[in-house]
Design a protein around this ligand. Structure first.
Ligand code: FAD
Length: 326
């Protein structure tokens, strides 16, 4: 009789994996903003996320504050930072220096991005990296030079993915080809741009898998509670917010009512992505914890036990618990 197959003994290992949880933060622009951000960080820490991502300002404008925030996250919290990095506004030499600095402070995850082109039409400097794909390759070269320091381990490299067409791209099919090219250059996972319609994540996933993209694609979800923020983000990213949601939010009589509507819409969006097979959830917090935690309370994601950290003084958890597939 042949020994039992290991594959048979564990038929669906991925089906039992917990849902990954992460948040996006941006470096504070003033001492008051820093104080409020650290309150938010303390609150988010109690939810035991897998990582928190830290944005990198357009043109590398906030390089110092971004690295400082990441350094403090490593030194003073239990959180694992994922550092965003952009080609735009940085020479390859500067980028290689920042990557080395990040690895030296203990960062093991980088989100490789091109960044938005300057609105004034300034041409990239001679020798600049053109696409996110070039930055992935640079990260891998720096990583290779530091291989012994990393115990031959790998840096996790993430990239952007787009549920609705990138504003400069000719088509959604082209976006998926770019995602495949980024995977071939060494990307380990992708986080999506914001999206506002429940089917969009599932459609991206289907397009990507058909094209041969196998890396995890994590939906990036923003709490849909602020008309001003939704409108502004729509302008910045070229992703049109759902008009009926904007109308309902604008018509709400109180902040509490607006929050209730926005959180419910965000939970629907996140649930649609999770039902479509999303391996995690990345919440765009805008450095505020209240709405993100309200969304999380309603979702009650299947998550492993909390690591030590300060406890959150929040309202009791409600909502329907999502169960791990068995
Ligand atoms: P790329 O993948 O390089 O694509 C840029 C454009 O070039 C696309 O239109 C693509 O179709 C095209 N393209 C790419 N490769 C090729 C190729 N080989 N041949 C032909 N065309 C190609 N911006 C910031 O400034 N700071 C941040 O911290 C930041 N964080 C982000 C986090 C997430 C999760 C997301 C989704 C976006 C973030 N952005 C950030 C915005 C991002 O920089 C912009 O969306 C930017 O316009 C594109 O970046 P990218 O990495 O997708 O670029």
């Amino acid at each position: 009789m042949s020994p039992p197959s290991l594959i048979d003994a564990h038929p669906h290992p991925a089906a039992t994996a917990p849902v990954a949880l992460s948040y996006e933060l941006f470096p504070p622009r003033s001492p008051a903003a820093a104080e409020s951000l650290w309150t938010t960080i303390g609150e988010l820490e109690t939810t035991n996320p897998d990582y928190v991502s830290v944005t990198y300002g357009a043109s590398g404008s906030n390089r110092g504050t971004a690295v400082e925030l990441i350094n403090r996250l490593v030194q003073e919290t239990t959180l694992r930072p994922l550092a965003h990095l952009t080609c735009v506004g940085n020479t390859p030499q500067q980028l290689a220096g920042v990557i080395a600095e990040l690895l030296d402070v203990g960062v093991r995850g980088i989100l490789a991005l091109r960044g938005d082109q300057p609105k004034d039409g300034t041409e990239p400097a001679q020798g600049s990296l053109r696409y996110a794909q070039d930055l992935i390759e640079l990260i891998r070269r720096v990583e290779q030079r530091r291989s012994a320091l990393l115990c031959a381990g790998k840096v996790a490299v993430g990239v952007a993915a787009y549920p609705s067409r990138h504003p400069e791209s000719p088509s959604e099919a082209h976006d998926v080809e770019v995602l495949l090219a980024k995977q071939r250059s060494g990307a380990d996972f992708a986080i999506t741009q914001v999206f506002f319609h429940p089917g969009q994540y599932e459609q991206l996933l289907a397009r990507a898998r058909r094209a041969g993209v196998t890396i995890p694609i994590i939906p990036g979800v923003m709490p849909l509670t602020s008309v001003r923020r939704l409108t502004r983000l729509g302008e910045l990213t070229g992703v049109e917010p759902a008009p009926e949601l904007l109308e309902r939010l604008a018509a709400a009589d109180t902040d509490a009512e607006r929050n209730r509507i926005g959180v419910a819409a965000t939970v629907d969006l996140a649930n649609a992505a999770l039902d479509a097979g999303a391996p995690g959830l990345h919440l765009y917090t805008f450095n505020e914890h209240a709405s993100a935690l309200d969304v999380l309370d309603r979702l009650a994601l299947p998550r492993p036990g909390a690591r030590p950290g300060p406890r959150r003084s929040a309202a009791p958890r409600g909502g329907t618990e999502r169960r791990l597939a068995s």
